[in-house]
Design a protein around this ligand. Sequence first.
Ligand SMILES: [Mg+2]
Length: 273
Amino acid sequence: MTTPALPMSPALAGRLAGDPLVLLLDIDGTLSPIAPRPQDAAIAPATRETLAALARLSDVHVVAISGRAAQDAARLVGLDSVWIVGNHGIEIAAPGATPEIHADIARFAEQLSEASTDARAVVEETPGAILEDKRWTLSVHQRLVARDAIAALDARIADIANKHRLALTHGKEVLELRPTVKIDKGTAALELAVRLGALAGGASLLSGGDDRTDEDMFRALRSRESRWVTVHVDGGSVYSTAAEFSVPDPEAMRALLRMVLEQRVARARTVAR
Ligand SMILES: [Mg+2]
C-alpha cells in the first residue's frame, strides 16, 4: 500500500529538503502523459519549466531515466541542464554531453541488429504494432494492436528473443528485447545516486515512475536508503508497486515537483534575508 504524496506532509517535505537533492524521473507516464504512439509523447511546457528551474538550483541534480534511447529521451526533455539515462540504464549522459554506453553492452550489437530485422518482419505483419529500434534494446509497442492478436505477437517476439539469445521483458503495452546483462533502472538509479552525492548524510533523493521497469528502481533505492523517496504514478496500473508514495497522474507529479521547487526557493530567501 502506498501513501498519497499529496497533499505533502511535513515529514515528506523534510525528507526532500536535503542537500544535494537528486531527482530520478521516468519520462513516459511520469513526466508526460502516455501517448498511443511513442513519437507523439510530449512533456507539457509547465513541467519542462519546473524541471529547468530545479536544475538551475546549484544543490539539485535532475536525472531523466527512460526506456527510450538516450538521444530520443534528450529530445523529449529538451533541456541540456538535465542528466539523461537511456535504454533503461544502458546509456548515461551528463548534462549536455554525449551518452556513454555500458562496457558490457557493445558485444551485443550484432545480435540486436539481427533481432531487429526479424522483429520488423513480424511487426509489418501485425496491424498496429510499432517497432522502436533503440540500437541497444528493441521495443515492440502493442497499444494499437487488436486485443485478439496480442498473444500471437507475444509468442513470435519471444521466439526472436530465444533465437538471438536476448532477454525479453514486458512493460505496459510493450515488449522489450535486450542484452542479457543485469543493467536496469535499478542499477542505473543506484549508480547515479552515488555519483551525484545522494548517499551523503544530509542528502535527499526523489524517484518517480509509472511502469514495471520503474519497480527495479524503487526496489533498489528503498533497499539502499529508507529515507529516499519513491513515488509511483498510478495511472490506472494493475500491479502492486514497491514505491512508498503515489500520485494519480503526471499532472500531480508536476505539482509535487513544483512544491519541492517552491520549498527550496522559499528557504533560500529566508536564509538570504
Ligand atoms: Mg514510464
